[in-house]
Design a protein around this ligand. Structure first.
Ligand code: SF4
Ligand code: SF4
Length: 206
């Protein structure tokens, strides 16, 4: 019989003295390090509804849909699918405000039905007064306005959307096609396509 080497005997004695390296999970809850990056958590008042997190999520665990009502109001609805989340941290690291998502140490996510692992939240939407499409969330516009200061008021969409948000003016619906947008529509809340159409008219040599 092959005799054990001294190194192996030392390791065996150490293992007896120190106990097993493995844990008793799931009998005992796992001990999670404070630094562990687990499930992301959405922070409502720090999120501006820009949608960047949905764009960068590699697992398609975040989606958003813009819902527009006949009265010209709308909402941006975010859905988080925790059963798809791989805890990669892209959404929090690349969040526009840097504060819209916080990481938790939660990792053991399970449910009997998929809906148990789905969360939704909504943001009020600015609707284009040209084509009736979506512009972005009002909170996003407010954030931009605060970020760039008074220069923001050179942009009619930011100016008018801010006034709508304060309740000073009401949204106007025009139901025009983007092709029909013209210079007089310049002072409206417009999406990027309609803004381009209002600025780059034939009249101006575009
Ligand atoms: S942690 Fe990664 S996978 Fe999970 S929601 Fe954020 S970006 Fe998507
Ligand atoms: S502010 Fe951050 S959390 Fe909110 S939608 Fe934008 S990227 Fe996502």
């Amino acid at each position: 019989m092959k005799k054990p080497k001294i190194r192996e005997v030392v390791e065996a004695v150490k293992a007896l003295a120190l106990g097993p390296y493995t844990t008793k999970f799931p009998k005992k809850p796992a001990e999670i390090m404070e630094e562990f990056r687990g499930a992301p958590e959405w922070i409502e008042d720090k999120c501006i509804g820009c949608g960047a997190c949905a764009e960068v999520c590699p697992a398609k665990a975040i989606e958003f849909e813009d819902v527009i009502n006949p009265d010209g109001t709308g909402k941006r609805v975010f859905t988080r699918f925790y059963d798809n989340c791989i805890f990669c941290g892209q959404c929090g690291d690349l969040c526009t405000t840097g504060e819209g998502i916080e990481y938790t140490t939660k990792w053991e996510l399970s449910g009997f039905e998929r809906k148990d692992l789905i969360e939704t939240h909504e943001k009020e939407l600015a609707v284009c007064e040209g084509c009736g499409g979506s512009v972005t969330a009002f909170d996003h516009i407010t954030w931009l306005r605060n970020r760039v200061g008074y220069v923001a008021y050179s942009n009619p969409t930011i100016l008018l959307a801010s006034q709508q948000e304060l309740g000073l003016i009401k949204p106007v619906r025009s139901d025009k096609e983007t092709d029909d947008i013209d210079r007089p529509d310049f002072m409206r809340v417009l999406c990027p396509d309609c803004r381009r159409a209002a600025v780059l008219t034939e009249e101006w040599g575009a």
